[in-house]
Design a protein around this ligand. Sequence first.
Ligand SMILES: C[S@@+](CC[C@H](N)C(=O)[O-])C[C@H]1O[C@@H](n2cnc3c(N)ncnc32)[C@H](O)[C@@H]1O
Length: 940
Amino acid sequence: MPTFIETQFPIARLSAESYKERKANNGQTLTRLGKWWGRKPLILVRASILGMLMPASNNPKKDREIYLKILTMDDAGTWERCKPAVQRKTNRDAFDDLTYAERIATCERPENVAGPSENAWVEINAHLSTTATCLPELIEQLGQRSFGHTPRVGDSFCGGGSIPFEAARIGCEAFGSDLNPVAGLLTWASLNLLGGGKAVQEEVMRIQAEALQAADDQVTQWGIEHNDRGERADAYLYCVEVKPEGSDYYIPLAPSWLVGEKSKVVARWHRVAGSDRLAPEIAVVSDAEMKLYKAKKGATVADSRVVDPFDASRTWSVEALRGSAGLRHWTNDDVVPRPGDVFQERLYCIRWIDAQGKRRYAAPDAGDLAREAKVLVLLRERFVEWQRAGLIPSKAIPESGAETDRLFRERGWTHWHHLFTPRQLLTLGMLAGAAETLAMRKNAAQAACLLGLGRMADWNSRLSAWMFHKGNEKGNQAFYNQALNCHFNYSARPFLKLGDTFAILGESSGDSFAERARVCLSDARDLRETCDLWITDPPYADAVNYHELGDFFLAWSEKQLAKAFPEWIPDARAELAVRGDGEDFRRSMVEIYKNLTRHMPDAGLQMVMFTHQDPAVWADLGMILWAAGLKATAAWTISTETEAAGIKRGNYVQGTVCLVLRKRTANAPGFLDEVYPLVEDEVKRQIASMQALDEDGEPNFNDADYQLAAYAAALKVLTQYGNLDGRDVEHEVFAVRAKNQKSDFQAVIERALGIACDTLVPRGLDASWRELSLVERYYLRALDIESRGERRQGMYEELARGFGVTDIKPLLKSDKANGARMHTPSGFAAAGLAPIGSATGDVLPARRGRASAAAHPFAASPLRHLLFAIRETAGADNSPEPGRQYLRDTFGQGYWGQRERFIGLLEWLAALANAEGMNEWTTDSEAARILVGRLRNDHA
Ligand SMILES: C[S@@+](CC[C@H](N)C(=O)[O-])C[C@H]1O[C@@H](n2cnc3c(N)ncnc32)[C@H](O)[C@@H]1O
C-alpha cells in the first residue's frame, strides 16, 4: 500500500514553512549549537517522516486535509498558531483569505506549538483509525501498524543533526551517524542537550555560566581589556600591513577605512617623522565625508592591488608582493608575523564602552599597545602547555585542500591556531581551561562547552571581517559563507562580547527525548544498524568541503573530544569522505546505499535529499540508487531558500529534491523499447495529477517541479527492473563513456523531460502546438516561463534540453545567471538572427534577408518569419501592410493555409505585454495585435 508521500506532498505550504524556519536565523532550533553547512529544515524532516508513515487512502483530498492537520498546517491549525495579540487584531475570514506565506508570517512555527487541537485529533483519529492525543502517540501507532514497533529512523550522513533530532522529538527511535566528529558532536548535542530534559539543561547552563565568570575574572585580573578611564574594550580592529618595494613606509591594508556608517567613524593614516610605520587617526566625520569613505575613499586595497594612501597612482599587485616563491610558511610556534614577513599585523582601532554603556572608537595609545604586548607574553607563557592539553589548537592544516590551500598561499598559515590573534588564543584557551575543570566527567556540559568554544572561534578569528554597514558595526563570523576567506582587516571580540556566543542553551525547554536516540561516528559504508526509514542527505558534487571546513572547529576540540567520547575517532578521516562526482564518488555511494538497503526491512522506505537540476546528475544518482537495489516511488521539490512572497518565482530558488525509494524485491528484466511508452504514460499521469492539485487550490508546482516530476517518473519506471536489455545496472553505472556519450539511462531520462515539456503546452497555444517545430516550441515555452517571472538561466537551458535544442544563445537577449530573457521580435533584428529562406523554399528578397551569421534552425522557422512581420509592423508605425506583405511574399500560396495558425500565435504574442515584468514587449505586442486584425480581414 503506498504511503501519503508516495502519492502527494503539500509542496507550496512546506516550502513556505521551510523558508520561514530558515529566515529565523539564530532563532532556528539547532543553529545555536554551532555551525554546520546544509542543515535541513526541521519542518521538512517532520513532514517527510509523517508522509512516509501515513498510509494513503483512496480519498486523496481527505488524506491531504488530515495530513495538514497533523502538522498544524491546515487553515484551523494555522489560525491557532497565530500569536494571541495577532488573533485579537485580526478577523478570521480576512486571515483565511491571505496567502499561506502571508498567514504564517505572524504565526509560531509548527515545532513551537503544542500540536493539533482536541477537535483536530478527533478527525485525525477517525480518518486513520488511531487513538492518539499527541504526535508521538500517533507516530507510535502508525509505526506499530507498518513495522510492528516504534518506527526507527536513521540518517547515515547526519551532519548538523536535523534528521535524527526531529525524528526523536516526534516520537521515533532515532539513529544518526556521520564520518565527521564535529557533526557527531553537533548531533549528539542536539539530542542530549536540547532533548536531554530539564535537569541536564539546567546543569549545562550553570556550568557554562560559571566557566564564563571564571574566565572573565581572570581577564579582569590580568587587566588586558580595561583602560585607565574605567572603560572596557568592546571591539578590537586589526589590519595587515605591507612595505612594498619603493615605499618608505608600511601600508596598512583595508578595502575600506570606514569604521562605522552609523557612527560616522573613519580611520585615516598619517606619516610619522623618523618612522616607517604610519599612525592611525580615528575620526568622526560629516555625512558627506562618510559617504566618500563608503565609496572607498582612501582604500589601500582595490582590485587585488595595494594602493599608496598618499599617492593613489602608486599601486602594487598583491600577488606579486607575495613573491615568486610564495610567503614564508609559519611554524607551529608563530602566533604573530615575524619581523621579516611580507604581511605584518597591527591593531589600529579599539571600541570602548563605559559603565553607562556609551561607546567610542579610538586609536590605540601607549597603554593599549602595552596591553597588547602583555597579551603576547601571557600567551607565550602558556602556549606549549595549552597546546599539549588541547585547550588551543595544535593541528596542522592540510596544504592541498580545496579550501585550505589559500591559507598557505595568502597568509603563509600552516596550523589552525594561526587563524587566531594572540588575544583570541589567550581568551579562548583560558575559557577552555576553566570549562574543562568545571565540566569534568559530565558529558553534556563537556559537549556544550566544546560547542560554545567552536561558536566563539567562528565569531572571533583572523577570518572575522569587520562590518561597518548601517548600525551593524561588528566582527562577522568566519563562516558567513562556505569558505575560509582571508581578510586584510578584521576584528577580535573582547570577552564582554563573547558570553552570549559561549552559552549554548538560551533557556531550559524541559524537552526529553534523548533516550530514544543513538549517535555514532562511522563511515556510512560500515553501519550495522537496521532502520525502518532511512532519510539521508548525502554530500554531492563537492558543494561543501565538510572535512576541511569542519577542521576549523575540530582543531579546538579534538583532544577534549577524545576525553569526552573515548569511542570516537577525533579525526575527519578525509580519505573516507564522500566527495566529487567521478567514479570514486559513484562507487562509495553505491556501496553506502547498498549497505543502507541491506539494513532496512522489505516494508521500509528511504528518502534521499539533494539539490541538483541537471539531468546528468539525476541520471547518475538514479543509477546509483538503482544499482543499490532501490526503486523510486516519488519525488518532490521543496523550495527552502527563497523569499516567501516569491517562492514560486524568485530568482534564487534553491530547491531540495526529496526522492522516495523502496527496496526492489523483484528483479524482472526490462527492455528499452518497452520502457519508452511506459515512461511516456507515467510522465503524463504524474503531470496530470499535479495539474489537478494545482487547479484545486493554491498553485503548488512550477516548471522545475514538473520537470522534476518527469525525471522521477522515468526513474520510477526504470528502477523497478533488475536490468535493462540484459545489461546489469551496476555494470552500467561504472561503464567508461566518452565525454559526451550518454548512458541509456540518461537518454530515457532526457526523453522523459521531452515528454513533460511537450505535455505542458502554454495556455492558449493548444491548437497550433503540434504543428510547431521543436525549436519553435522551445522559443514559445521559454517566453511562457519568462512571462511567469522565471529568470534563472539554468531553467532556460533545462527547457532547451527537453526540446532537444542545443544552441539557445542566439535566442536569448540576456543569459545572465539570474536575468535570462528571450529576444523580442525587434530585439532579434539587432541581434542578427535574420530569418532565412522562406517556407515555400524561395530565398528571401535581398532587401530583407540579411544572411544569418550561423544558420540556426530558428532562423528558417515560420515563427521567425512571423516575428519578423511583427517587427515590420512596429517599424512602419503600426501599419500592418508591410508585415502582411512580407508573410505573403515569404509563404506564397502556403500563406492561406497557415493564416489561422498565424492568427493564433499572434494573439498569444499580443497578450505577452500584459504579464508582469514583460514591458519590453509593449511595442511588439501592440504590433502583433494590429497585424492580427489585418490577417483576419485578409482576402485572396
Ligand atoms: C549534506 S551533509 C548532511 C546535512 C544534514 N542532513 C543536516 O541536516 O545537517 C552531508 C554529511 O555527510 C558526511 N559524510 C561525508 N562522507 C561520509 C561518509 N563516508 N560516511 C558518513 N558521513 C559522511 C559529511 O560529514 C556531512 O556532514
